[in-house]
Design a protein around this ligand. Structure first.
Ligand SMILES: NC(=O)c1ccc[n+]([C@@H]2O[C@H](COP(=O)([O-])OP(=O)(O)OC[C@H]3O[C@@H](n4cnc5c(N)ncnc54)[C@H](O)[C@@H]3O)[C@@H](O)[C@H]2O)c1
Ligand SMILES: [Zn+2]
Length: 365
């Protein structure tokens, strides 16, 4: 039984199902087969996911063609890897009657989704996210792509999945830093859309850090409901979807300035603190609200400041390249309060003066 359905107007699939549970990997294969009876299956995964035993759990001894991304991680998120996947599918005599199964974190999901989008003008992709980041965020929403030598996600397509299977037990094998970093996107969802969810996280940090499956299922349901409803309203990011970018204006700049030494969620944590400081400067919120957010991040062990070595001018320059920038000056998603994003003249990314941004960057040290 699907736990949720996401409707995506303007796409051939029109809607897709999300299945959430613990230890559902072994049954997912049969479900995918039943949903795509006339289809062949091709799995894209990576070396760490295989080493952790998740490919074996999915296949359950059945022979199936697969592509293992190596080395795992962002370095392989290139057009060359996408080409290698497409060619591996051709060599396996696969045609348009193939469903691509992305088993892995956001890197695998983005590359496999993109390969599925371009293989013979597009075949369905099923997302099986295996990191906290991918389960909360990247597997839902249909954004796929690979990096160029100049920027992240330079090649890309909106390619909404045919289905998403979230097995919360698979994150047990994730290393601690990755696990904690990915949780920042869950906190972000509470902040932008649901004060009750934020309070749930605040009250269940012990269970979350212990990777308790029941608690993680609750998180998955909240995340899918929140991200799903935003995606349904704005599947191609015309306006509303920008709220998912909360904390990302400064976050992306910090991530790039660290030469990607900081993980995405870690940089977004700093970016969320920056957004909170802007809200205080603009008298939109009180310091006590930011203290609550900071306390969660400190428990998660993610950074809440920029390293002293990070030059302010560099961060500002990076922010001027942000996709929300207008006239080369970034716009910011801000909160009216926890659970409610600010909207000015119908726009969710709002103008903030240079003076305020500079002040906030100083306070972030
Ligand atoms: N499409 C979107 O909407 C979207 C949203 C956010 C981020 N992203 C993208 O996601 C990527 C980051 O994703 P990520 O943080 O999941 O990183 P990742 O996919 O690189 O995974 C992190 C590491 O964990 C390993 N791993 C994955 N699952 C594991 C498991 N269960 N057990 C043990 N090891 C495991 C991976 O092999 C890798 O080494 C970035 O490229 C980012 O641009 C996309
Ligand atoms: Zn993010």
């Amino acid at each position: 039984m699907p736990d949720m359905r996401i409707k995506v107007p303007g796409t051939p699939e029109t809607q897709y199902e999300i299945v959430i549970g613990s230890d559902i990997l072994p049954s997912a294969w049969a479900q995918i087969k039943a949903a795509h009876t006339q289809y062949n299956r091709f799995v894209v995964t990576d070396e760490h996911v295989i080493a952790a035993g998740h490919l074996d759990a999915l296949l359950g001894g059945r022979p199936a063609p697969y592509f293992a991304i190596k080395p795992a991680g962002e370095v392989s998120k290139t057009i060359d890897t996408a080409v290698a996947i497409v060619e591996a599918m051709e060599k396996a005599y696969l045609g348009r009657d193939t469903v691509v199964i992305a088993l892995g974190g956001g890197t695998v999901g983005d590359i496999a989704g993109f390969a599925a989008a371009i293989f013979k003008r597009g075949v369905p992709v099923v997302q099986i996210p295996t990191t906290t980041l991918a389960q909360a965020d990247s597997a839902i929403g249909g954004k796929t792509g690979v990096d160029s030598s100049v920027s992240k996600n330079a090649f890309g397509a909106f390619w909404h999945p045919a289905a998403v299977y979230i097995d919360v037990a698979v994150v047990k094998t994730l290393d601690d830093r990755q696990y904690r970093s990915g949780l920042v996107e869950s906190v972000k969802h509470g902040l932008i859309a649901d004060a009750g969810y934020f309070e749930f996280i605040e009250g269940h940090l012990d269970e979350i850090l212990a990777r308790d499956p029941d608690t993680l299922e609750m998180l998955a349901r909240y995340n899918c409901r929140i991200k799903g409803s935003v995606v349904e309203e704005d599947p191609f990011e015309k306006n509303k979807r920008r709220i998912l970018n909360y904390g990302h204006t400064v976050g992306h700049a910090v991530e790039a300035a660290s030469d990607y030494e900081m993980l995405h969620g870690e940089a977004v944590a700093v970016g969320i603190i920056a957004a909170g400081l802007i809200e205080i400067e603009l008298s939109l919120s009180k310091p006590s609200q930011l203290d609550r957010i900071r306390a969660i991040f400190e428990r998660l062990g993610v950074p809440v400041r920029v390293p002293a070595s990070m030059v302010q001018e560099k961060l500002i320059d990076l922010m001027r390249h942000d996709k929300k920038a207008v006239d080369q000056w970034p716009r910011f998603v801000l909160l009216d309060r926890i659970g409610q994003v600010r909207c000015e003249d119908g726009q969710y990314a709002v103008q903030v003066s240079r003076e305020v941004v500079v002040n906030v960057l100083k306070k972030l040290r």
